[in-house]
Design a protein around this ligand. Sequence first.
Ligand SMILES: Cc1ncc(COP(=O)(O)O)c(C=O)c1O
Length: 349
Amino acid sequence: MGYFRENVEKMTGYEPGFQPSETDIIKLNTNENPYPPSPKATEAIKNISPAELRRYPQPMADSFRETAGKILGVQPKNIICVNGGDELLNIAIRAFCDEKRAVAYPAPTYSLYPVLAQMANCPAVEIPFDKEFNLPAKLASSGAALTVVCNPNAPSGTFIPKEELSQLAEEIKGILLIDEAYVDFAEDNCLELVKKFDNVIILRTMSKGYSLAGLRFGFGIANEEIINGLMKLKDSYNVDAVAIAAATAAIQDQQYFKNNIQKIKIERKFMTERLTELGFEVPASQANFVLAKPSKARAIDIYEKLKDRNIYVRYWAYPDIKDKLRITVGTGEQNEKLIDALKEILAEG
Ligand SMILES: Cc1ncc(COP(=O)(O)O)c(C=O)c1O
């Protein structure tokens, strides 16, 4: 057509996981939390007044920043609220990268990163993980303006120790963005690095641990100067009044959150053990999903046969993961049904 910028003409765009409209299915393909959000979040949505809808929302979502700041032990000025964690990634790429300033990340990882690089027309330096998903040593010397490390990593679920990311922050010249979208399910996190380094940004989301993927609310944590710089690039009212109210109520309800996380960890253990018994290779996951490599059938065939049984998991035809399936941890009942279906499929041969 010729109307678009050249890089936009060339790009294919991000392909979100399948979002079926049917409800009588088992949906383990996009890492949503299988349990409902805190009733306090639902209540906050019900209590939104017409006046709040008539007015523009708080431009910086200050009520959330104050509440989250107290819970996380940081100042509100260290927090930027965004329309889902994806928006923070988008803002960061626009803030730090261009044709001459690259983004680097270990791969395989979240498939949105290269798409954002294409949008910004910046080089994307992909440094392969080894088989155990250890932090690649070469990442420190990539020279990128922005280094992104997803931790726990998607789609592997593996976790890189804080000490290693601390060393990386010290070694690189640019910004280190640690994508902690799944950290609520992990045993540790890298929040303290924000206090230690002026080049670290932490990404968090309310989509996973807080069961609010439909709400679109995430946030970034960094030193004040970085936050102020990022603020310049966000839309004026990037998070809406309903989202601010619900996200604030959800993060306030830490008891509900902790119980929910505990249930998922128990189910993750069940799923890992059962899959291993069925001959899958499953690296220890610290997220709400597992990456499972079958030994008795092809991943793509299992994926199709599960789909025929209305069970959706995630499959990518990329060279480094085409022999694996990423499976979200569901409720106990969903996970049992998945395992039963896999037993049947593997018995069919
Ligand atoms: C690794 C990773 N980072 C960030 C996000 C962004 O999540 P959201 O935009 O729902 O906050 C996701 C969503 O799936 C993700 O998998």
